[in-house]
Design a protein around this ligand. Structure first.
Ligand code: ZN
Length: 367
């Protein structure tokens, strides 16, 4: 197979990471130096899943002058939502906090990244959807994942949907990368089992897609190899949520995030994006649903994926695209084939001769 150059830019990784069980308790000391530099408090964005978890909230050592906002995870972030979070902080006298801390899954971490950039750069979130449009560094940002898999803690993007234009695209920028992350595997212990699986599979799927693509580079390949290796250990050997496996999956998520920063995804992500845009299905479960239709594109990984589902005894929704209207199938087709770069990566430049309108409809119907 002929490989193509990804043309990786001068890559940037997170500033610092702290890894280990109980690591959350060191957040306070990390924040101390930020507090000494400014009179302004810290903004905490916490996944609403923890709203009634007083133990987690008390460990954040929130002080007077700080703000705590629970982030809704019913829908993935829209540009309007990011704008409203920023407007709320400004109206509350928190236009320049000394730090923003995002504690939660991909939605919460992405919201923290986006608001951090928006507070210093001004304008509206939709102004920065694209590549390298953010002009100056955002507010110092810290990511604390409570789910492993999306790699949001490692990447230079934060995904948002503009409802008016239908554009689902992040602020791809070096300034979107977290200054600090705290990787504490104890924080994923209370995740719902199905959600834990769906999110973890995002790391696996990113890396099987990039490893099978035409666009390749040695660094992306190395990150992908180890991510897949760790995912196999987590999901094929014993209980995926055992302490040692939660530790491994947190590492896989971080490395998987580094992998996609230097490579491209393949067939799964475009179909999952279609499910998201047309039916509002969240990213990670959308990937798993898409795997129902991937036997011909990723035969070995398809078998392995379904073996993992069976071993871990999780449920993947089915039949969601069986009886849709012609208009919905048309929109699914459009919102899938619009992802030219990953589809070219997986199938070559002639991908539309493989993914015809009829073929795409059949694949969705088989999910
Ligand atoms: Zn993904």
């Amino acid at each position: 197979m002929k490989t193509l150059e990804t043309g990786v830019r001068n890559a940037r990784n997170v500033g610092r990471y702290l890894f280990g069980r109980g690591g959350l308790d060191q957040l306070d000391s990390i924040l101390r130096s930020r507090r000494e530099m400014s009179e302004n408090g810290v903004v905490f964005f916490v996944d609403e899943y923890f709203e009634n978890n007083s133990n987690l909230v008390s460990r954040l050592s929130i002080q007077s002058g700080d703000r705590l906002k629970f982030i809704s995870t019913v829908h993935e972030p829209t540009t309007d939502y990011i704008n409203s979070l920023r407007d709320e902080l400004v109206a509350d006298g928190m236009a320049a906090p000394c730090a923003i801390v995002g504690v939660g899954g991909g939605i919460t971490m992405d919201s923290a990244k986006a608001v951090s950039n928006l507070l210093t750069n001004g304008g509206r979130a939709e102004d920065y959807q694209g590549w390298d449009l953010v002009k100056i560094p955002g507010i110092y940002k810290i990511g604390v994942p409570t789910l492993s898999g999306t790699g949001a803690e490692a990447t230079r993007t934060c995904v948002m949907t503009n409802k008016r234009s239908g554009l689902k695209l992040g602020m791809n920028s070096d300034f979107t990368v977290f200054d600090q992350i705290v990787l504490d595997p104890d924080l994923t212990a209370t995740a719902p089992r199905n959600q834990y699986f769906y999110t973890g599979m995002d790391a696996y799927i990113h890396c099987i897609e990039s490893s099978a693509g035409y666009y390749r580079n040695a660094i992306g390949d190395a990150y992908s190899r180890e991510t897949i290796n760790l995912c196999r250990q987590v999901f094929l050997e014993g209980d995926m949520m055992a302490a040692h496996n939660r530790e491994k999956l947190m590492v896989a998520s971080y490395l998987g995030g580094c992998a996609i920063a230097t490579s491209y995804v393949g067939v799964v992500h475009p179909f999952s994006a279609g499910l998201s845009v047309v039916l509002g299905i969240h990213h990670c479960v959308g990937n798993c649903i898409t795997m129902r239709a991937m036997a011909e594109f990723y035969p070995e990984e398809y078998s392995e994926f379904w073996k993992m589902v069976e071993l871990q005894n999780v449920e993947i929704p089915s039949g969601l695209c069986k009886d849709l209207s012609d208009d919905q199938y048309d929109r699914l087709y459009e919102s899938t084939v619009v992802h030219e770069k990953p589809l070219t990566n997986a199938l070559g430049e002639d991908f539309k001769s493989i993914l015809t309108r009829e073929k795409v409809k059949e694949l969705f119907q088989s999910m």
